[in-house]
Design a protein around this ligand. Structure first.
Ligand code: NDP
Ligand code: MG
Length: 395
């Protein structure tokens, strides 16, 4: 019986995880659930899954959460604040942590789970982009294991040989190939992109996801973050990570071997497959996902990404090459810009401009501890907010 802590339980990945968990009550018990600031959805999940502990990131929501749990007649212990979430991730009462908080807000708890030696199902890609080195040091100290909960990285994990230890050459791997749907604006002319609305950007053609990652998919920054994620997860330099646009989102990624073999993982675009894989690995369990009918699927198409119309992809490669805290700057500026775009304070094309300015600024060399990374992240956010003000006003 695995005992789970699900951080970001009220989000899209949280829902996929809990859907799989509910199908296997004999294998999984929910020990702890955590959310960001929405009390009622978290309390409803507590009523359904009966965790021992629940936490909410917003400290001001503690009384509300405690009251909502009492109203439902639950004895679930409530806590609040970022430190409470990190505490849940390290709780000896759980052995498996699903890290599905969106953004830099998930870094401390993802690190805490790694340090505590948990099985870490990592969806929170921003954490590995910001602090890949710290995360892998923490994993090594903790002695746990990381299973990727990003469809592309999970696909690559499945296509790599058992026991793969972040050494492409030892495994005979030439390149990793990440597929990208291309997002809702894949075929739009460049001139139309400035007027894109948040509603259009969040209407992803193939996947139902949270708003932030939906915008990232539309700018291709999501693929850029995933290139950096693949670098850390699989020990791959940027020039051995390729991006291929595949509009059908059925081939989730590929591994090219030295001998010319290309191994791919295919499936319906449904994150429950990925969650089920991570939860049960190395076993396989039912995920509630329809098997992929290749006859009905028809054509599978592949094309090179358009790096001019979607400059965020190259900005991410640039940050990876620069190394040190450059990926942290990329991520922080992107989070600020995406939030501003969703609040209609910045045009869609302003997102790449804000990130580009953040990468052009001076930055420290290597940053080696969590507090310094968080301080640097906060400094980049301040500069990026000022850039949003300028670019938003000019638009
Ligand atoms: P959602 O927006 O659907 O959910 C986000 C979750 O994080 C919610 O539970 C939210 O709580 C919580 N949260 C928000 N802000 C904070 C905070 N400051 N502190 C703690 N918790 C917070 O996002 P997704 O589920 O789509 O994405 C989650 C992560 O998984 C992202 O990193 C994303 O890139 C990654 N991912 C998602 C995929 C998908 O298919 N959705 C695919 C691959 C990766 P509340 O409800 O209270 O706001
Ligand atoms: Mg992905």
């Amino acid at each position: 019986m695995r005992r789970l802590c699900i951080l970001g339980a009220t989000g899209s990945i949280g829902a996929s995880a809990l859907d799989v968990v509910a199908r296997h009550p004999d294998r999984y018990a929910v020990h702890a659930l955590a959310g960001g600031h929405r009390v009622e959805p978290l309390a409803d999940l507590c009523q359904r899954f009966r965790p021992q502990r629940a936490a909410i990131a917003d400290p001001a929501a503690l009384d509300g959460l405690a009251a909502a749990l009492r109203e439902r007649g639950l004895s679930t212990e409530a806590s609040a604040g970022p430190a409470a979430l990190a505490g849940l991730a390290a709780d000896p009462g759980c052995d498996t942590v699903v890290a599905a908080i969106v953004g830099a807000a998930g870094l401390a708890s993802s690190l805490a789970a790694a340090e505590a030696g948990k099985r870490l199902l990592l969806a929170n890609k921003e954490a590995v982009v910001m602090a890949g080195e710290l995360l892998f040091e923490a994993l090594a100290r903790g002695g746990g294991e990381l299973l990727p909960v990003d469809s592309e990285h999970n696909a690559i994990f499945q296509c790599l040989p058992p026991g793969f230890d972040r050494d492409l050459d030892a495994a005979g791997v030439a390149r990793l190939i990440l597929t990208a749907s291309g997002g809702p604006f894949r075929d739009w002319p460049a001139a139309d992109l400035a007027a894109v609305t948040p509603e259009q950007a969040c209407a992803h053609p193939n996947w139902a996801m949270g708003r932030k990652i939906s915008v990232d998919s539309a700018t291709l920054m999501n693929k850029g973050l995933e290139v950096i994620e693949a670098h850390w997860l699989f020990g791959a330099p940027g020039d051995r990570i390729e991006v291929l646009v595949h509009p059908q989102s059925l081939v989730h990624s590929l591994v090219e071997y030295r001998d010319g073999s290309l191994l791919a993982q295919l499936g319906s675009p449904d994150m429950r497959t990925v969650l089920a894989h991570g939860l049960a690995w190395p076993e396989r369990i039912a995920a509630g996902v329809e098997p992929l009918d290749l006859v009905r699927a028809g054509r599978l198409e592949f094309q090179a990404p358009d790096r001019q119309r979607f400059p965020c992809l190259d900005l991410a490669y640039q940050a990876l090459r620069a190394g040190g805290p450059a990926p942290c700057a990329l991520n922080a500026a992107n989070e600020v810009a995406v939030a501003a775009f969703l609040e209609r304070r910045l045009p869609f094309t302003g997102i790449a401009a804000v990130v580009e300015q953040a990468l052009a600024a001076d930055r420290p060399g290597r940053i080696q501890d969590l507090d310094s990374i968080l301080a640097y992240d906060a400094a980049v956010r301040r500069t990026a907010s000022a850039a949003v003000g300028r670019l938003g006003a000019a638009a």
